[in-house]
Design a protein around this ligand. Structure first.
Ligand code: SF4
Length: 171
């Protein structure tokens, strides 16, 4: 018992090291998204997140955009509570049968011009859950999709790069 106690006292932690900080690159990317949004919309970008049936892995990465490290609000990019205030619908997960109507109603409630971004491999074609009896398919099986951001889950920097590509391709 004592041996075990001593071993645990001196053993280094088993957790993985966090990835190296690349704050400059994130800041530059976020500022580019904000500039593109202001050019395109005349104001900053409002995003409504819709979980259409994901495992929540994608949500963890999307939430990270608002944490103290990424802190997107400082660049004017906001997550909003209602689709009526949104420019972009960020949709995750395979679309489950239970969420199909919710996604359609959210899409219809979002004013034009609007963009739909399907986030994660499941949102592309159902991913891991494609064969499930409870799943309709990818997001494009229910609403038109403007951009797919692949990954399982995609990391925050990739989400930002996707949003920037969307705004730039929109003119
Ligand atoms: S893409 Fe991966 S992390 Fe995202 S909902 Fe599917 S399984 Fe989960």
């Amino acid at each position: 018992m004592r041996k075990l106690l001593f071993r645990n006292l001196f053993r280094p932690p088993l957790t993985e090291r966090p990835p190296d900080r690349d704050e400059e690159a994130v800041a530059e990317l976020a500022a580019c998204v904000d500039r593109a949004a202001r050019r395109r919309l005349g104001r900053s970008l409002a995003i409504r997140e819709v979980d259409a049936g994901s495992c929540n892995g994608c949500e963890l990465e999307i939430h990270a955009l608002n944490n103290a490290f990424y802190d997107l609000e400082r660049y004017g990019i906001r997550f909003v509570a209602s689709p009526r205030h949104a420019d972009v619908l960020l949709v995750t997960g395979p679309v489950t049968k239970n969420m199909r109507e919710g996604l359609e109603r959210t899409y219809n409630a979002t004013p034009d011009p609007k963009w739909v971004v399907a986030v994660g491999d499941c949102a592309v074609d159902g991913g891991l859950f494609a064969e499930s009896y409870a799943v309709v398919g990818g997001v494009s099986a229910v609403v038109p999709v403007d951009l797919h951001i692949r990954g399982c889950p995609p990391e925050p920097r990739r989400l930002l790069a996707g949003l920037l590509a969307l705004l730039e391709s929109a003119g």
